[in-house]
Ligand binder design. Sequence first.
Ligand code: BDR
Ligand code: CA
Length: 324
Amino acid sequence: MNLPLLVDCDTGIDDAIALTYLATHPGTEIVGIVSTGGNVPASAVHRNNLALGELLEIQAPIALGAAQPLVEPPMYADDTHGPGGLGHAVLPAITRTEDPRSGAQLWVDAARAHPGELVGLVLGPHTNLALALQIDPELPRLLKRLHIMGGAIHHRGNTGPTSEWNIAVDPEAAQQVLAAFTGAAQRPVLGSLEATETVRFTQGTLDRFTALAAATGHPVASILADALRFYFEFHEADGFGWMAHVHDPLVAAHAVTGDFAGTRPLAVDVELTGTLTRGQTVGDELGRWGRAPNVEVLTDVRAEEFTRHLLETLEVGLFPSAHG
Ligand code: BDR
Ligand code: CA
């Protein structure tokens, strides 16, 4: 069997690109998708995931996650991702139905169905994985590996001055996940902003998505091109110029290929009580806590190579002939 994946995401523009990459990569098998509230409410994320699932012919169950983070009220990033989460894209009517299980239960069932083989990806807040750990504390031993997009360790935040979005939305959940995986045979791999912000899409990249939509006529290629345009507009309005930081696909590609970045061990924890720094990921570089490293952080990203691989995978995968 291809590499079985459980994808937990808050789709979201870069989540949609990651999901499309994972669905079209020839070596993967998505066995479940969890719709986690984050960039937009969980119900809107779910609609996006169901639509992409139908258009990409993903057979795996797609389950709705919790409506709220563990402790604090939700916050949303519709300025970044658009009111529906996919920028300017307009989704077609869909017939794809959701899985009746909760997102947390889907995590547990997928891990139990593929013991020691399932690779988990958290591309949004950690709420549903934290809830899954309450149902089944054995999850860290059942998963083959866990890959996370989250945190800003030696980097400014993109949400608060020191906090990154996926952690800031539900810091308690992120803290609980990192605590639960401490001592796991394989340390979770953390793609924090210092790694993911090396991936900077330019007009040339946007052109490739637009050309892909024209060449393939695939509805998902058009959705991604329209979504990305919004992401560029947001980044420009936020002072970064005409470009986009595209986070989740790098973490997805590294999870699948082990390529495009290195890793290094580090003890990382989440600040829960700071009056200015709640949601910050703190890395203990000098071992002051006396704790063993609990994550592998992504380093030395080969961003251009990764972007080439991403585009080539989408260009092959979305071409109609790829589906026979
Ligand atoms: C993360 O936050 C979300 O807006 C993106 O989808 C990504 O997962 C980057 O901080
Ligand atoms: Ca995301």
